[in-house]
Design a protein around this ligand. Sequence first.
Ligand SMILES: [Zn+2]
Length: 255
Amino acid sequence: MSDSGESDEILCGFGDIAPDPPDKRPTCSRCRRPLTVCWCAYLPRNPISVRTKVTILQHPYEASRRLRTAPMLYYGLQPGQCTIIQGKKFKLNKYPDIERLIQDPNTILLFPGEKSQDLASLHPRSDDIQYNLVLLDGTWMQARGLFCQNPFMRQLKQVQLSSPCLSEYIIRTQPTDRCLSTLETAVYAIALLENRPDIIQPLLSPLRAMCKFQIEHGALKHHSKQYLIDNGLYKKQEPPTESHALKSNRNHFGS
Ligand SMILES: [Zn+2]
């Protein structure tokens, strides 16, 4: 393999971090969190109706993570307004819904890149346009892997959110302070597309509750990778030794 081939492999790999092991404590059937830290009570009292249709293409390992935010959007919106499709490589003949998204000129892929247009500059943001908002869900490496390994995504209009907001998802390390969780990305994008600032607080409420539960149970507040690099605190992760792995598992909330 050539040097460039190897670097493509690294850049476009999925960064497959093993999924979290199953939790043995009694769990909520909806959010799948232990009952003591279930965030369902913080969902909007009535699921919120929006015009935008959200499709989340989710790396399969993300579904096994304990601290996920996509289900918060799924249950926070009216049924049918958020669809989650799991996979790594989506063969279009197996996914007619994705085929339909590609054909629809109002489909936008929210993923940053050189060709991404600022979502705020999208015109016209007319009241009768129903956008299909496509998001990639996983770690940043996994989301990048999904983008690289599914060529149809290059056919979609690519947009990004120039958000002034800092992520409130403080219990999972993000690449930079401006990187938002899947839930935050979707909520801020819909609020912008539909001029609906009223949806932000109720839809983000479960995320705030989850972070509060984790901090109360001893989880550390995570700084972004960029913050750690800027402050000389970033340590490249070495493969864990057996004793380190055991210690990590003990410290991992939810195990
Ligand atoms: Zn629950």
